[in-house]
Design a protein around this ligand. Structure first.
Ligand code: ATP
Ligand code: MG
Length: 482
């Protein structure tokens, strides 16, 4: 025995107690005696006995219930119960309570020592096993912790060094993390910004607008512009249980390409216009120079048709160029319903020819707009023209104008083929034509791009709602004069 095991005896003074004390002492154990319940509690707590022997009746209390209370607190302490008489119930109760063993008279010294040794050996085995298990679990936990710490560091390094800007914030929009790219983009010193409100640390109107717009729904494209010409595309992504992340990519070079392309198109269309006017002029002159045979007349008409077509295209492109460059600054007080009338008049013959049911609904007392009447007419012509063009004969077109607060709402609805949902976001792009509308219907895909530019330059919003096979609604919101 390397260290003396201490046996705690909780028995009322009696010859048996003396016998036990002597027997255990002789066998080389340390022995302590608890004289009452409070002494027992103190000793189990402080002396850390290797085993407890408790009488069936101790200090006026039931040995079983005392044992059960002690086991609650020290589940691995082996306890031997001493009973005055052996009854059939005794063994059962001992087993039920989870005690180590029991003793009853007549007792020899060796009976006591044997029972104690047996209980200790079993307890030791149990203890060893427990310790092994604990060690095994802790080391595997430690391994896991090491592993996840390594993973965390790896991830942190990736986020920190990634070229895209990454900002992670909590639910109250306080900064949790920003990477090096963000420091560069916004010229931050990178210190002492964690925990502070994002809007307070980074004062950028476009970023603030992104945070506001993000509350309204998911957002894929949002441009963040800088005075020095840099442009970033930003996404806002909610992260469950954390908050949200803003990621940003530098798209300055794409913007520059886009500008070059627009400049190029603008120059080319501009330079094409004069020769086109000349060609058209000469084709008209040919007819006056002498009689033409029917074939020649037919060819000339086709020639003129094509020149008109190209001229429209060139004019559209020039318009777009001007609108995008922000040259559309003419503003007058106008009434949308008046301009709408002219536009509808223009389409009257087409509507009749295609036998389309046209329903127009304009609420009374519409507020006036501050707008460019020519552009507004162009916008109406394109939207209504599309609705009539893409709706098959016998279909219907509904045009309505209403008010909501300080906004005029124009809605052009049709019973046409509709636009596939994945393409609805693209129909406002230059030259984009939906895949389902190409057969037989002519167009260059510029009309809606012009509409979008006009609406943008009037601080309005335009979008499409459409169900394939059922029809489309184009909705325009324009702010009223006030
Ligand atoms: P254009 O430059 O002559 O207007 P376009 O009509 O093809 O040519 P947009 O007006 O820009 O071009 O429209 C883009 C595309 O959107 C169309 O090609 C068509 O696929 C789809 N589209 C537009 N309006 C409707 C509509 N009312 N119903 C169904 N599809 C439509
Ligand atoms: Mg069109």
């Amino acid at each position: 025995m390397t260290k003396q095991d201490l046996i705690l005896l909780a028995l009322n003074p009696s010859p048996i107690l003396d016998l036990m004390e002597r027997a255990l002492y002789a066998a080389g154990f340390g022995v302590a005696i608890a004289h009452d319940r409070s002494g027992l509690d103190r000793s189990t707590q402080e002396a850390i006995p290797a085993l407890l022997i408790i009488a069936e009746k101790f200090d006026g209390q039931d040995g079983f219930s005392v044992s059960s209370e002690i086991l609650e607190r020290f589940p691995t302490l082996p306890i031997i119960l001493y009973a005055d008489t052996d009854t059939t119930g005794l063994a059962k109760s001992v087993i039920k309570m989870g005690l180590s063993g029991y003793l009853y008279p007549p007792l020899k010294m060796s009976d006591i020592v044997d029972e104690v040794q047996r209980s200790l050996t079993r307890a030791r085995k149990l203890g060893d096993w427990l310790r092994r298990e604990v060690k095994r679990t802790t080391s595997s936990l430690a391994e896991k912790a090491d592993f996840s710490e390594a993973e965390r560091l790896k991830l942190e390094a990736v986020i920190a060094n990634i070229q895209d800007g990454v900002i992670v914030m909590d639910k109250d929009k306080n900064i949790i993390l920003v990477n090096y790219a963000v420091n560069d983009i916004f010229n931050l010193d990178g210190n002492e910004i964690v925990g502070r409100a994002l809007a307070e640390v980074i004062k950028n109107a476009d970023l603030t607008a992104l945070l506001v717009r993000a509350n309204e729904g998911p957002l894929k494209y949002h441009e963040i512009n800088f005075d020095d010409g840099r442009v970033f595309n930003a996404q806002y992504t909610p992260i469950p249980q954390i908050g949200a992340a803003v990621t940003m990519q530098d798209i300055s070079y794409l913007k520059e390409l886009d500008r070059l392309k627009s400049d190029f198109i603008h120059t080319v269309s501009h330079d094409l216009r004069s020769p086109l006017t000349a060609i058209l002029g000469y084709t008209e002159l040919i007819e006056r120079t002498g009689p033409l045979n029917p074939n020649q007349q037919e060819f000339l008409r086709r020639l003129q048709g094509s020149i008109h077509h190209i001229t429209t295209l060139v004019n559209d492109l020039l318009d777009l160029g001007r609108l995008e460059a922000g040259f559309d600054t003419r503003r007058e007080i106008i009434r949308l319903e008046n301009i709408l009338k002219y536009s509808l008049d223009m389409f009257e013959s087409q509507v009749k020819k295609k036998n389309i049911k046209l329903v127009v609904n304009v609420v009374e007392n519409l507020k006036t707009l501050r707008a460019n009447p020519i552009r507004i007419r162009q916008m109406l012509d394109n939207l209504i023209g599309n609705a009539i063009k893409y709706t098959s004969a016998g279909g219907a077109v509904y045009v309505s104008v209403s008010m909501q607060g300080d906004q005029v709402i124009l809605k052009v609805e049709d019973t046409g083929p509709g636009i596939p949902s994945e393409e609805q976001g693209r129909v406002f792009e230059k030259f984009y034509r939906a895949t389902n509308a190409l057969e037989g219907v002519e167009g260059s895909g510029l009309g809606l791009a012009i509409v979008k530019s006009i609406v943008d330059s009037h601080q309005g919003r335009v979008w499409v709602e459409s169900t394939l096979g059922k029809g489309s609604s184009f909705i325009v919101l324009l702010p009223t004069q006030e």
